[in-house]
Design a protein around this ligand. Structure first.
Ligand code: SAH
Ligand code: SF4
Ligand code: F3S
Length: 458
Protein backbone atom coordinates (compact mmCIF):
# COMPACT_ATOMS: atom_id res chain seq x y z
CA UNK A 1 0.00 0.00 0.00
CA UNK A 2 1.39 3.41 -0.89
CA UNK A 3 1.27 6.23 1.61
CA UNK A 4 -0.55 9.42 0.61
CA UNK A 5 1.84 12.21 -0.37
CA UNK A 6 2.94 14.33 2.58
CA UNK A 7 2.33 11.60 5.18
CA UNK A 8 5.22 11.69 7.62
CA UNK A 9 7.13 8.42 8.08
CA UNK A 10 5.73 6.15 10.75
CA UNK A 11 7.91 6.01 13.82
CA UNK A 12 7.56 4.80 17.36
CA UNK A 13 7.98 6.97 20.43
CA UNK A 14 8.53 5.81 24.00
CA UNK A 15 8.23 8.39 26.77
CA UNK A 16 9.13 7.40 30.34
CA UNK A 17 7.94 9.75 33.04
CA UNK A 18 9.12 10.33 36.60
CA UNK A 19 8.21 12.99 39.12
CA UNK A 20 5.13 15.09 39.60
CA UNK A 21 1.85 15.35 37.70
CA UNK A 22 3.24 18.30 35.83
CA UNK A 23 5.73 15.94 34.24
CA UNK A 24 2.86 13.60 33.32
CA UNK A 25 1.16 16.56 31.61
CA UNK A 26 4.43 17.56 29.90
CA UNK A 27 4.96 14.03 28.60
CA UNK A 28 1.51 14.04 27.02
CA UNK A 29 2.25 17.42 25.43
CA UNK A 30 5.61 16.17 24.09
CA UNK A 31 3.74 13.29 22.45
CA UNK A 32 1.33 15.87 20.93
CA UNK A 33 4.26 17.92 19.61
CA UNK A 34 5.88 14.86 18.02
CA UNK A 35 2.70 13.30 16.57
CA UNK A 36 2.71 15.47 13.40
CA UNK A 37 6.24 14.21 12.72
CA UNK A 38 4.87 10.67 12.49
CA UNK A 39 5.67 9.43 15.99
CA UNK A 40 3.12 7.06 17.51
CA UNK A 41 3.38 5.84 21.11
CA UNK A 42 4.91 2.51 22.14
CA UNK A 43 5.75 0.93 25.48
CA UNK A 44 8.55 -1.20 24.07
CA UNK A 45 12.07 0.29 24.04
CA UNK A 46 13.27 -2.27 21.46
CA UNK A 47 10.88 -0.92 18.81
CA UNK A 48 11.18 2.78 19.74
CA UNK A 49 12.79 5.08 17.16
CA UNK A 50 12.85 7.76 19.82
CA UNK A 51 13.01 7.42 23.60
CA UNK A 52 12.33 10.42 25.84
CA UNK A 53 13.13 10.20 29.53
CA UNK A 54 11.11 12.88 31.30
CA UNK A 55 13.02 13.17 34.54
CA UNK A 56 12.67 14.42 38.11
CA UNK A 57 15.39 16.05 40.20
CA UNK A 58 13.50 16.48 43.45
CA UNK A 59 15.38 13.85 45.48
CA UNK A 60 18.69 12.11 44.89
CA UNK A 61 17.06 8.72 44.25
CA UNK A 62 14.87 10.19 41.49
CA UNK A 63 17.88 11.58 39.60
CA UNK A 64 19.95 8.41 39.96
CA UNK A 65 17.28 6.39 38.18
CA UNK A 66 17.93 8.38 35.02
CA UNK A 67 21.52 7.24 34.74
CA UNK A 68 20.69 3.58 35.31
CA UNK A 69 17.97 3.80 32.67
CA UNK A 70 20.40 5.47 30.28
CA UNK A 71 22.83 2.57 30.75
CA UNK A 72 20.18 0.09 29.63
CA UNK A 73 19.19 2.30 26.71
CA UNK A 74 22.77 2.36 25.42
CA UNK A 75 22.53 -1.43 24.95
CA UNK A 76 19.15 -1.12 23.25
CA UNK A 77 20.49 1.55 20.93
CA UNK A 78 23.49 -0.65 20.02
CA UNK A 79 21.29 -3.68 19.33
CA UNK A 80 19.01 -1.60 17.10
CA UNK A 81 22.01 -0.08 15.30
CA UNK A 82 23.29 -3.60 14.55
CA UNK A 83 19.92 -4.23 12.88
CA UNK A 84 20.29 -1.01 10.87
CA UNK A 85 17.86 1.09 12.91
CA UNK A 86 18.53 4.52 14.37
CA UNK A 87 17.41 5.43 17.88
CA UNK A 88 17.13 8.98 19.18
CA UNK A 89 17.59 9.21 22.93
CA UNK A 90 16.39 12.41 24.61
CA UNK A 91 16.58 13.42 28.25
CA UNK A 92 13.93 15.96 29.21
CA UNK A 93 12.59 17.39 32.45
CA UNK A 94 14.21 18.60 35.63
CA UNK A 95 17.39 16.46 35.63
CA UNK A 96 18.04 17.65 32.08
CA UNK A 97 17.71 21.24 33.29
CA UNK A 98 19.90 20.76 36.36
CA UNK A 99 22.51 18.35 35.06
CA UNK A 100 22.56 18.83 31.28
CA UNK A 101 26.34 18.98 31.07
CA UNK A 102 26.79 15.92 33.28
CA UNK A 103 24.36 13.91 31.16
CA UNK A 104 26.14 14.67 27.90
CA UNK A 105 29.52 13.87 29.51
CA UNK A 106 28.47 10.67 31.28
CA UNK A 107 26.17 9.39 28.53
CA UNK A 108 27.53 10.48 25.14
CA UNK A 109 24.97 8.19 23.43
CA UNK A 110 22.28 10.69 24.46
CA UNK A 111 21.23 12.74 21.41
CA UNK A 112 19.17 15.48 23.01
CA UNK A 113 18.93 17.23 26.34
CA UNK A 114 16.00 19.56 26.83
CA UNK A 115 14.73 21.44 29.86
CA UNK A 116 11.06 21.70 30.90
CA UNK A 117 10.64 25.09 29.21
CA UNK A 118 11.87 24.04 25.76
CA UNK A 119 9.89 21.01 24.66
CA UNK A 120 7.83 23.02 22.18
CA UNK A 121 11.11 23.15 20.22
CA UNK A 122 11.27 19.35 19.85
CA UNK A 123 10.41 19.26 16.11
CA UNK A 124 13.17 21.78 15.38
CA UNK A 125 15.59 19.79 17.53
CA UNK A 126 14.74 16.56 15.70
CA UNK A 127 15.38 18.34 12.40
CA UNK A 128 18.72 19.71 13.64
CA UNK A 129 19.72 16.26 14.77
CA UNK A 130 19.00 14.69 11.40
CA UNK A 131 21.11 17.39 9.69
CA UNK A 132 24.18 17.06 11.90
CA UNK A 133 25.69 14.41 14.11
CA UNK A 134 26.38 15.26 17.76
CA UNK A 135 24.20 16.27 20.64
CA UNK A 136 21.45 18.89 20.62
CA UNK A 137 21.05 20.73 23.90
CA UNK A 138 18.28 23.16 24.89
CA UNK A 139 18.29 24.09 28.54
CA UNK A 140 17.94 27.88 28.38
CA UNK A 141 14.79 29.50 29.62
CA UNK A 142 13.60 30.78 26.22
CA UNK A 143 12.10 34.23 25.84
CA UNK A 144 9.05 32.87 24.04
CA UNK A 145 6.47 31.15 26.21
CA UNK A 146 6.27 27.41 25.64
CA UNK A 147 2.49 27.36 25.97
CA UNK A 148 2.10 29.77 23.03
CA UNK A 149 3.95 27.33 20.79
CA UNK A 150 2.28 24.03 21.67
CA UNK A 151 -0.22 22.51 19.24
CA UNK A 152 -3.90 22.90 20.09
CA UNK A 153 -4.57 19.29 19.21
CA UNK A 154 -3.94 16.88 22.04
CA UNK A 155 -4.60 13.19 22.57
CA UNK A 156 -7.69 12.61 24.77
CA UNK A 157 -6.84 12.02 28.43
CA UNK A 158 -10.07 10.31 29.47
CA UNK A 159 -12.62 11.22 32.17
CA UNK A 160 -9.91 12.78 34.40
CA UNK A 161 -7.69 15.31 32.66
CA UNK A 162 -4.70 17.38 33.78
CA UNK A 163 -4.29 21.00 32.75
CA UNK A 164 -1.21 23.05 33.65
CA UNK A 165 -2.22 26.62 34.52
CA UNK A 166 0.86 27.82 36.36
CA UNK A 167 4.48 26.84 36.30
CA UNK A 168 7.68 27.65 38.13
CA UNK A 169 8.34 28.92 41.60
CA UNK A 170 9.78 32.04 43.23
CA UNK A 171 9.61 30.79 46.80
CA UNK A 172 13.05 29.21 47.16
CA UNK A 173 12.40 26.83 50.02
CA UNK A 174 15.79 25.87 51.50
CA UNK A 175 15.66 22.25 50.30
CA UNK A 176 14.04 22.50 46.88
CA UNK A 177 15.37 22.42 43.31
CA UNK A 178 12.15 23.48 41.58
CA UNK A 179 12.92 27.24 41.32
CA UNK A 180 16.14 26.28 39.53
CA UNK A 181 14.73 23.56 37.27
CA UNK A 182 11.39 25.12 36.32
CA UNK A 183 12.33 28.78 36.52
CA UNK A 184 10.31 31.77 37.66
CA UNK A 185 6.62 31.65 38.42
CA UNK A 186 4.42 32.08 35.37
CA UNK A 187 0.61 31.95 34.99
CA UNK A 188 -1.06 31.15 31.69
CA UNK A 189 -3.70 33.65 30.51
CA UNK A 190 -7.19 32.64 31.65
CA UNK A 191 -8.52 32.57 28.07
CA UNK A 192 -5.93 29.95 27.07
CA UNK A 193 -6.78 27.83 30.11
CA UNK A 194 -10.52 28.08 29.43
CA UNK A 195 -10.03 27.16 25.76
CA UNK A 196 -7.97 24.11 26.73
CA UNK A 197 -10.55 23.08 29.34
CA UNK A 198 -13.28 23.31 26.70
CA UNK A 199 -11.28 21.08 24.39
CA UNK A 200 -10.70 18.57 27.21
CA UNK A 201 -14.41 18.55 28.06
CA UNK A 202 -15.19 18.04 24.36
CA UNK A 203 -12.91 14.98 24.44
CA UNK A 204 -14.80 13.48 27.37
CA UNK A 205 -13.07 14.92 30.45
CA UNK A 206 -15.49 15.31 33.37
CA UNK A 207 -12.92 16.06 36.05
CA UNK A 208 -10.18 18.60 35.42
CA UNK A 209 -7.18 18.82 37.71
CA UNK A 210 -5.44 22.18 37.42
CA UNK A 211 -1.71 21.85 37.86
CA UNK A 212 1.05 24.17 38.99
CA UNK A 213 4.04 24.06 41.31
CA UNK A 214 2.27 26.86 43.17
CA UNK A 215 -1.12 26.59 41.61
CA UNK A 216 -2.90 28.73 44.19
CA UNK A 217 -0.53 31.61 43.42
CA UNK A 218 -2.20 31.69 39.99
CA UNK A 219 -2.51 35.26 38.72
CA UNK A 220 -3.19 35.06 35.01
CA UNK A 221 -4.35 37.75 32.64
CA UNK A 222 -8.15 37.62 32.44
CA UNK A 223 -10.16 38.05 29.24
CA UNK A 224 -11.36 41.36 30.76
CA UNK A 225 -7.77 42.64 30.93
CA UNK A 226 -7.63 42.31 34.72
CA UNK A 227 -5.53 39.88 36.70
CA UNK A 228 -7.52 36.80 37.62
CA UNK A 229 -6.79 34.80 40.75
CA UNK A 230 -7.56 31.11 41.05
CA UNK A 231 -11.06 31.68 42.46
CA UNK A 232 -12.10 33.67 39.39
CA UNK A 233 -10.58 31.08 37.07
CA UNK A 234 -12.29 28.19 38.87
CA UNK A 235 -15.65 29.96 38.62
CA UNK A 236 -15.23 30.32 34.86
CA UNK A 237 -14.14 26.71 34.43
CA UNK A 238 -17.09 25.43 36.46
CA UNK A 239 -19.43 26.95 33.86
CA UNK A 240 -18.05 24.89 30.98
CA UNK A 241 -20.62 22.28 29.89
CA UNK A 242 -19.39 18.79 30.78
CA UNK A 243 -16.98 19.89 33.50
CA UNK A 244 -18.47 18.33 36.62
CA UNK A 245 -15.48 18.15 38.95
CA UNK A 246 -12.56 20.50 39.52
CA UNK A 247 -9.51 20.32 41.74
CA UNK A 248 -6.08 21.88 41.82
CA UNK A 249 -2.62 21.06 43.07
CA UNK A 250 -0.08 21.82 44.43
CA UNK A 251 -0.95 24.68 46.74
CA UNK A 252 1.24 26.58 49.16
CA UNK A 253 -0.21 27.62 52.54
CA UNK A 254 1.08 31.17 52.02
CA UNK A 255 -1.18 31.67 48.99
CA UNK A 256 -4.28 30.07 50.49
CA UNK A 257 -6.11 33.36 51.08
CA UNK A 258 -9.68 33.97 52.26
CA UNK A 259 -10.84 34.59 48.71
CA UNK A 260 -9.75 31.17 47.53
CA UNK A 261 -11.02 29.44 50.66
CA UNK A 262 -14.43 31.05 50.03
CA UNK A 263 -14.45 29.44 46.56
CA UNK A 264 -14.72 26.04 48.24
CA UNK A 265 -18.03 27.05 49.78
CA UNK A 266 -19.49 28.48 46.59
CA UNK A 267 -18.38 26.28 43.65
CA UNK A 268 -20.08 22.88 43.90
CA UNK A 269 -17.79 21.39 41.22
CA UNK A 270 -14.76 21.89 43.47
CA UNK A 271 -14.01 18.53 45.03
CA UNK A 272 -13.78 18.32 48.81
CA UNK A 273 -10.12 17.40 48.66
CA UNK A 274 -7.12 19.64 49.14
CA UNK A 275 -3.43 18.82 48.78
CA UNK A 276 -1.66 21.39 50.93
CA UNK A 277 1.97 20.55 51.73
CA UNK A 278 3.12 21.72 55.15
CA UNK A 279 6.49 19.85 55.27
CA UNK A 280 6.86 20.12 59.07
CA UNK A 281 4.86 21.08 62.14
CA UNK A 282 7.79 22.86 63.80
CA UNK A 283 7.92 26.66 63.58
CA UNK A 284 11.69 26.53 63.94
CA UNK A 285 11.97 24.17 60.94
CA UNK A 286 9.40 26.15 58.93
CA UNK A 287 11.70 29.17 59.38
CA UNK A 288 14.80 27.17 58.46
CA UNK A 289 12.97 25.90 55.35
CA UNK A 290 12.06 29.47 54.36
CA UNK A 291 8.40 28.45 54.05
CA UNK A 292 7.15 31.91 55.06
CA UNK A 293 4.43 30.79 57.48
CA UNK A 294 4.08 29.12 60.86
CA UNK A 295 2.18 26.03 61.98
CA UNK A 296 -0.64 28.17 63.38
CA UNK A 297 -1.39 29.56 59.92
CA UNK A 298 -1.66 26.05 58.50
CA UNK A 299 -4.04 25.06 61.30
CA UNK A 300 -6.17 28.18 60.70
CA UNK A 301 -6.40 27.43 56.95
CA UNK A 302 -7.54 23.88 57.65
CA UNK A 303 -10.18 25.13 60.10
CA UNK A 304 -11.48 27.67 57.61
CA UNK A 305 -11.58 25.17 54.76
CA UNK A 306 -13.57 22.78 56.92
CA UNK A 307 -15.87 25.61 57.97
CA UNK A 308 -16.87 26.37 54.35
CA UNK A 309 -16.75 22.72 53.24
CA UNK A 310 -17.34 20.35 56.18
CA UNK A 311 -16.52 17.20 54.16
CA UNK A 312 -13.10 18.59 53.10
CA UNK A 313 -10.36 15.93 53.15
CA UNK A 314 -6.77 17.08 53.59
CA UNK A 315 -3.61 15.77 52.01
CA UNK A 316 -0.04 16.97 52.56
CA UNK A 317 3.69 16.47 52.04
CA UNK A 318 6.24 16.09 54.82
CA UNK A 319 10.02 16.26 54.89
CA UNK A 320 11.71 14.42 57.73
CA UNK A 321 15.22 15.32 58.87
CA UNK A 322 15.80 18.74 57.32
CA UNK A 323 19.18 20.01 58.65
CA UNK A 324 18.80 21.06 62.27
CA UNK A 325 15.64 19.01 62.94
CA UNK A 326 15.63 17.91 66.58
CA UNK A 327 13.42 15.30 68.21
CA UNK A 328 11.40 18.17 69.62
CA UNK A 329 10.81 19.56 66.11
CA UNK A 330 9.78 16.11 64.95
CA UNK A 331 7.32 15.84 67.85
CA UNK A 332 5.78 19.13 66.68
CA UNK A 333 5.21 17.51 63.28
CA UNK A 334 3.58 14.46 64.89
CA UNK A 335 1.34 16.78 66.96
CA UNK A 336 0.25 18.73 63.88
CA UNK A 337 -0.58 15.47 62.08
CA UNK A 338 -2.55 14.16 65.08
CA UNK A 339 -4.51 17.40 65.36
CA UNK A 340 -5.25 17.80 61.65
CA UNK A 341 -6.10 14.27 60.55
CA UNK A 342 -5.01 13.60 56.96
CA UNK A 343 -6.86 11.50 54.41
CA UNK A 344 -3.64 11.04 52.46
CA UNK A 345 -0.03 12.19 52.77
CA UNK A 346 3.36 11.82 51.19
CA UNK A 347 6.42 11.83 53.41
CA UNK A 348 10.06 11.86 52.45
CA UNK A 349 13.44 11.75 54.09
CA UNK A 350 15.25 15.01 53.49
CA UNK A 351 17.58 14.59 50.52
CA UNK A 352 20.41 17.13 50.10
CA UNK A 353 20.21 18.61 46.61
CA UNK A 354 23.20 20.27 44.98
CA UNK A 355 22.88 24.04 44.73
CA UNK A 356 20.13 24.41 47.33
CA UNK A 357 20.82 26.39 50.54
CA UNK A 358 19.95 23.52 52.90
CA UNK A 359 22.57 21.23 51.37
CA UNK A 360 25.31 23.36 52.96
CA UNK A 361 23.70 23.79 56.37
CA UNK A 362 25.20 22.38 59.55
CA UNK A 363 23.19 19.85 61.56
CA UNK A 364 22.56 17.25 58.85
CA UNK A 365 20.50 14.52 60.52
CA UNK A 366 22.01 11.01 60.52
CA UNK A 367 20.35 8.57 58.10
CA UNK A 368 19.33 6.09 60.84
CA UNK A 369 17.61 8.86 62.78
CA UNK A 370 15.77 10.02 59.65
CA UNK A 371 14.64 6.42 59.06
CA UNK A 372 13.29 6.03 62.58
CA UNK A 373 11.38 9.33 62.45
CA UNK A 374 9.99 8.62 58.99
CA UNK A 375 8.73 5.21 60.10
CA UNK A 376 6.94 6.70 63.09
CA UNK A 377 5.35 9.42 60.95
CA UNK A 378 4.32 7.00 58.22
CA UNK A 379 2.71 4.65 60.73
CA UNK A 380 0.60 7.53 62.03
CA UNK A 381 -0.29 8.72 58.52
CA UNK A 382 -1.27 5.18 57.47
CA UNK A 383 -3.50 4.90 60.49
CA UNK A 384 -5.16 8.20 59.59
CA UNK A 385 -5.68 7.16 55.98
CA UNK A 386 -7.31 3.91 57.09
CA UNK A 387 -9.46 5.76 59.60
CA UNK A 388 -10.55 8.20 56.90
CA UNK A 389 -11.45 5.40 54.47
CA UNK A 390 -13.32 3.50 57.20
CA UNK A 391 -15.20 6.67 58.06
CA UNK A 392 -16.36 6.96 54.43
CA UNK A 393 -18.17 3.62 54.60
CA UNK A 394 -21.90 4.25 54.64
CA UNK A 395 -21.61 7.63 52.91
CA UNK A 396 -23.55 8.33 49.71
CA UNK A 397 -21.49 10.11 47.09
CA UNK A 398 -20.98 10.61 43.36
CA UNK A 399 -18.36 8.41 41.75
CA UNK A 400 -16.79 9.27 38.42
CA UNK A 401 -16.46 6.10 36.33
CA UNK A 402 -12.94 5.92 34.88
CA UNK A 403 -12.90 2.49 33.24
CA UNK A 404 -13.46 -1.23 33.70
CA UNK A 405 -12.62 -2.87 37.02
CA UNK A 406 -10.50 -5.95 37.52
CA UNK A 407 -13.36 -8.47 37.29
CA UNK A 408 -16.00 -8.97 34.59
CA UNK A 409 -18.89 -6.59 35.10
CA UNK A 410 -16.91 -4.49 37.55
CA UNK A 411 -16.24 -0.77 37.08
CA UNK A 412 -13.50 1.42 38.48
CA UNK A 413 -14.04 5.02 39.49
CA UNK A 414 -13.03 7.83 41.81
CA UNK A 415 -14.80 9.19 44.84
CA UNK A 416 -14.96 12.96 45.49
CA UNK A 417 -12.05 12.35 47.89
CA UNK A 418 -10.00 10.79 45.07
CA UNK A 419 -10.21 7.27 46.48
CA UNK A 420 -10.32 4.48 43.90
CA UNK A 421 -13.80 2.90 44.03
CA UNK A 422 -15.02 -0.43 42.61
CA UNK A 423 -18.61 -1.25 41.87
CA UNK A 424 -20.72 -3.60 39.79
CA UNK A 425 -23.01 -2.11 37.17
CA UNK A 426 -22.92 -2.95 33.47
CA UNK A 427 -25.00 -0.03 32.38
CA UNK A 428 -22.37 2.66 32.95
CA UNK A 429 -19.56 3.98 30.79
CA UNK A 430 -16.34 5.84 31.55
CA UNK A 431 -17.21 9.47 32.18
CA UNK A 432 -20.55 8.68 33.84
CA UNK A 433 -21.09 10.06 37.30
CA UNK A 434 -22.98 7.59 39.42
CA UNK A 435 -24.62 8.00 42.81
CA UNK A 436 -23.37 5.23 45.09
CA UNK A 437 -23.18 4.17 48.69
CA UNK A 438 -19.65 3.37 49.83
CA UNK A 439 -19.93 -0.08 51.35
CA UNK A 440 -16.49 -1.32 52.41
CA UNK A 441 -12.97 0.00 52.85
CA UNK A 442 -10.17 -2.19 51.47
CA UNK A 443 -6.45 -1.42 51.79
CA UNK A 444 -6.14 1.00 48.86
CA UNK A 445 -9.68 1.37 47.61
CA UNK A 446 -13.35 1.31 48.53
CA UNK A 447 -16.16 -0.78 47.19
CA UNK A 448 -19.58 0.68 46.53
CA UNK A 449 -23.11 -0.31 45.63
CA UNK A 450 -25.43 1.68 43.40
CA UNK A 451 -27.54 3.95 45.54
CA UNK A 452 -30.76 2.72 43.87
CA UNK A 453 -29.88 -0.90 44.71
CA UNK A 454 -29.93 -0.08 48.41
CA UNK A 455 -33.08 -1.23 50.20
CA UNK A 456 -35.32 1.77 50.78
CA UNK A 457 -35.06 3.09 54.33
CA UNK A 458 -37.89 1.83 56.54
N1 SAH B 1 5.40 23.15 45.36
C1 SAH B 1 5.13 22.18 46.31
C2 SAH B 1 6.05 20.98 46.32
C3 SAH B 1 6.80 20.56 45.14
S1 SAH B 1 7.97 19.27 45.38
C4 SAH B 1 5.18 22.84 47.68
O1 SAH B 1 5.60 23.95 47.83
O2 SAH B 1 4.85 22.21 48.63
C5 SAH B 1 7.02 17.94 46.06
C6 SAH B 1 7.43 17.52 47.43
O3 SAH B 1 8.71 16.93 47.40
C7 SAH B 1 7.56 18.66 48.43
O4 SAH B 1 6.34 19.04 48.96
C8 SAH B 1 8.48 18.08 49.46
O5 SAH B 1 7.76 17.43 50.47
C9 SAH B 1 9.30 17.07 48.68
N2 SAH B 1 10.68 17.52 48.52
C10 SAH B 1 11.12 18.60 47.85
N3 SAH B 1 12.46 18.72 47.96
C11 SAH B 1 12.88 17.69 48.75
C12 SAH B 1 14.13 17.29 49.25
N4 SAH B 1 15.25 17.97 48.97
N5 SAH B 1 14.18 16.18 50.03
C13 SAH B 1 13.06 15.50 50.32
N6 SAH B 1 11.85 15.83 49.88
C14 SAH B 1 11.74 16.92 49.10
FE1 SF4 C 1 9.83 23.96 46.03
FE2 SF4 C 1 9.05 25.56 47.98
FE3 SF4 C 1 8.60 26.23 45.46
FE4 SF4 C 1 7.25 24.21 46.55
S1 SF4 C 1 7.16 26.39 47.17
S2 SF4 C 1 8.21 24.23 44.54
S3 SF4 C 1 8.76 23.31 47.90
S4 SF4 C 1 10.59 26.04 46.43
FE1 F3S D 1 10.39 16.55 39.95
FE2 F3S D 1 10.62 18.66 38.44
FE3 F3S D 1 8.23 17.85 39.25
S1 F3S D 1 11.97 18.07 40.06
S2 F3S D 1 8.65 16.95 41.21
S3 F3S D 1 9.60 16.75 37.92
S4 F3S D 1 8.93 19.93 39.00
Amino acid sequence: MTEPAGTPPRKKLLIRTWGCQMNVYDSARMADVLAPLGYAPTEDAAEADMVVLNTCHIREKASEKVFSDLGRLRDTKQRRAAAGKDTVIAVAGCVAQAEGAEITARAPWVDMVLGPQTYHRLPEMVARLSRAAGQVIETDFPAEAKFDHLPEASAPQGPIAFLTVQEGCDKFCSFCVVPYTRGAEFSRPAAAVIAEARRLAGQGAREIALLGQNVNAYHGEGPDGRVWGLRRLLRALAEIPGVARLRYSTSHPRDMDDDLIAAHGEIPALLPFMHLPVQTGSDRMLRAMNRGHDAALFRRIVDRLRAVRPDMALSSDFIIGHPGESLRDFEDTMALVRDTGFALAYSFKYSARPGTPAAGLPGQVPEAEKDARLQALQALLREQQQAFNADCVGRDCDVLITGPGRYPGQLAGRSPWLQPVHLFGNEFLPGDIVRVRLSAALTNSLSATLAHQEPAPA
